[in-house]
Design a protein. Structure first.
Length: 733
């Protein structure tokens, strides 16, 4: 039964199983892609396009340059190799010239290819002796006039015709390679992400039909002033242009509109969150006087770098306002962010306020407790540790002291936001490695009477575009350079033939009194026959082999807290000479005596994660060395990435490369961070649109914090639908 003619926007939320041309079976497949309604399909954008606007004559083909050739099937050949592989070859004739197309184990039947049928094939040609050839090209049947008289095949490998001549109209069986969708010839053909059982031809047809039928029902969410300012297409034009473009210019115009809308909605959500957090908040005023600054600086046995001083000035400017500070401090490995944190802590305590320092792991929390206890031993700061492994009696005692104001700084994990802690005067919250916490987790510590200031720190350099997106509700301070005296770290690829010499070098470092780390991404495998490199296997191989004469320990996240704490204390005291670990030591582990690190399966880790691991060595007075241990041939893209890592120690350069390679969704882990993925915007490619969207959003929210003005209702609904929950905007307006 055909669909009734759409009459209003309610048709956009019609379930796909009730849409003609879709039906229950295809609707079930589409649901795997997150597509449940008509609107979902309209906003399911192609991932790329095939340019069928121009065709190429066979004699004009260029080696390796993708092209579309229109011709007539002259001959078809089928061969079966000794290994049982089926090879199908097709001679395509065009103006007495021939080109060969080859498929290995094709998904279409040999009888679907009929001599005399017009086809279009698209692929990358290669010159083979006297003829052009395409391997696994895409092919579609064309409903064109009767084929011209064909020449005889000139290729001796085509021994016999295995198919009859075409008689009347025929159609090719549905497949990924052959399909009767020749309506796309002369156009830009969209290419969509698929799922099992859903063919590209089917997805194109569904998207095309729904765009033609329903796109005109879409209502404009952007104000007319915005559309005019940036010369943007309407939402109807954009959706039609993205699914049914006639040329690249139409794709570009449609994409610009959709990219801007996506980034504008995100920046509006972040600006609304920022406004909400500051408008009704009452933060403590923490003044930085010359007397207090002098007292604090005397505790540091070194002179601060200009970047450290600048970051401290940013923090002090925020702390003296009754509006809660929401600042991110990012700095490369070893850049000295801890100095800024210590200054902020001492300033808050000097003004009579308590401080909470939250870390993502217990290992890192304990490391902070040890470091601060050592660095502040000359002060009268009272500190406590509060993590999941702290006993009930000690927890109650700590909470009682916090309520009485007898503890100045409490250091802990997410226990600090899960527990009802009776703060007396909480003034500052420092969140270390803030990118490892979700959006909601960054603002959970509250106190009656005061909303604390927030300082989020990360040693993972974040590209500007990602920072404006994932942390757009925060102000930003950056420390790019390490203080003078930080030792260089050399990084090397250790191929299989170099393993023996690498472990010999590793052992000599330990013999000289240094310590080392061995990092393996996986803990263990449940399959005893699995030859995957794991931490448990590497640990056993090393203690039975090249590191048998040293004190070696194994550490991973599944160990009991008491055991992890014992091992880390042994490492800190120098009793453990080599620590074999998973990436649990990625951040915060400070062992100045560690100079050498081996990282197994480095191709499985991102550049930023590798850089964080590298930052664990060379932290003292000795140079550091990192070996990327390869146990198998590495694919070209992974090798290029690892070569770049070996060439540079600049974390910001690596972060930009990581973002380009992995995309924003995987840069931190979208699910962990809590932000919905971007559907069409690319943070690197579209940074100019991001800057425009950010400026427009902040300007609009400054004048209308809840988007309640005339003509903004649909825009407000758009923001709330996507970001209302994750940014906790449900009570806005």
């Amino acid at each position: 039964m055909p669909d009734p003619k759409p009459v209003n926007s309610k048709d956009l939320v019609r379930p796909l199983q009730f849409v003609s041309g879709v039906g229950p079976d295809r609707a079930e497949k589409l649901q795997k892609l997150g597509l449940r309604t008509v609107a979902d399909v309209l906003f399911y954008f192609p991932r790329s396009y095939e340019d069928l606007t121009t065709t190429t004559n066979i004699h004009d083909l260029q080696d390796g340059t993708e092209a579309t050739v229109v011709g007539v099937i002259n001959q078809v050949d089928r061969q079966v190799t000794k290994a049982g592989k089926v090879i199908v070859g097709v001679l395509i004739e065009q103006d007495m010239q021939l080109m060969r197309a080859l498929w290995f184990n094709p998904t279409f039947g040999i009888r679907d290819l009929q001599r005399g049928t017009w086809v279009a094939v698209r692929g990358k040609p290669k010159r083979k002796t006297m003829r052009w050839e395409m391997i696994h090209p895409k092919m579609m049947r064309l409903d064109l006039p009767e084929a011209p008289e064909l020449s005889q095949p000139a290729d001796p490998s085509f021994k016999n015709a295995v198919v009859p001549a075409a008689s009347g109209k025929t159609s090719l069986s549905p497949s990924d390679n052959t399909s009767a969708d020749s309506i796309w010839l002369g156009k830009f053909r969209p290419v969509y992400g698929l799922t099992d059982g859903l063919l590209q031809r089917d997805m194109r047809k569904i998207a095309s039909n729904l765009t033609n039928r329903y796109a005109e029902l879409l209502e404009e969410a952007l104000p007319e002033s915005i559309l005019q300012r940036h010369q943007l297409a309407s939402i109807i034009q954009a959706v039609q242009g993205i699914h049914l473009p006639g040329n690249q210019a139409e794709v570009d115009r449609a994409r610009s509109r959709l990219v801007y809308q996506e980034l504008f909605a995100l920046q509006l959500g972040l600006a609304m969150r920022r406004s909400k957090m500051t408008s009704d908040a009452n933060a403590p005023i923490i003044n930085d006087t010359a007397k207090i600054r002098g007292r604090i600086l005397r505790l540091f046995p070194f002179e601060l770098t200009p970047e450290q001083t600048s970051a401290i000035d940013d923090v002090c400017k925020d702390l003296r306002n009754p509006v809660p500070m929401n600042r991110m401090l990012q700095g490369d490995v070893g850049s000295g962010k801890t100095v800024v944190a210590i200054y902020s802590i001492l300033l808050s305590i000097a003004c009579g306020f308590q401080v909470a320092l939250m870390a993502p792991t217990e290992v890192l929390a304990r490391q902070h407790f040890q470091t601060l206890s050592k660095q502040l031993k000359q002060s009268r700061v009272r500190m406590a540790l509060l993590t999941g492994s702290v006993g009930q009696a000690e927890r109650h005692q700590t909470q009682a002291k916090l309520a009485a104001g007898e503890i100045d700084v409490v250091i802990g994990t997410q226990t600090l936001i899960r527990s009802e802690i009776p703060w007396k005067r909480l003034g500052l919250v420092i969140i270390d490695e803030g990118h490892k916490f979700g959006v909601k987790q960054r603002a959970k510590l509250k106190q009656g009477g005061f909303d604390p200031h927030y300082l989020v720190m990360t040693a993972t350099p974040i590209p500007r575009s990602a920072a404006m997106t994932l942390f757009g509700d925060l102000d930003l301070s950056v420390i790019r350079h390490a203080p003078p005296g930080r030792q260089p770290v050399g990084t090397y690829l250790v191929r299989p033939e170099k393993h023996e010499s690498w472990w010999d070098f590793f052992g000599k470092q330990i013999d000289q009194g240094r310590q080392g780390f061995v990092v393996v991404p996986r803990i263990e495998s449940s399959d005893p026959n699995d030859d995957t490199v794991t931490a448990t296997k590497v640990y056993q191989q090393l203690i039975d082999g090249p590191l048998s004469r040293f004190r070696v320990e194994l550490l991973h996240g599944q160990m009991p807290s008491e055991e992890k704490n014992r091992i880390m204390e042994s490492v800190r005291r120098g009793l453990t000479q080599v620590l074999v670990s998973t990436t649990v030591i990625e951040v915060g582990i400070d062992v100045p005596n560690a100079t050498v690190m081996a990282i197994f399966s480095p191709q499985k880790l991102g550049l930023s994660q590798l850089h964080q691991l590298r930052g664990r060595v060379g932290r003292g007075s000795y140079s550091g060395f990192v070996g990327l241990v390869l146990d198998e041939p590495t694919a070209e893209p992974a090798r290029e990435r690892l070569d770049l890592f070996c060439r540079t120690n600049d974390g910001f350069e690596l972060a930009e490369a990581d973002l380009k390679l992995r995309g924003a969704g995987d840069f931190f882990g979208t699910r962990q961070h809590g932000m919905p993925p971007l559907l069409i915007a690319d943070l690197q490619q579209d940074e100019s649109w991001l800057l425009k969207a950010r400026s427009d959003a902040r300007q609009l929210i400054q004048t209308d914090p809840n988007l309640e003005g005339d003509g903004l209702n649909r825009l407000r609904k758009l923001v709330m639908a996507k970001y209302g929950a994750v940014l906790e905007l449900s009570d806005v307006g």
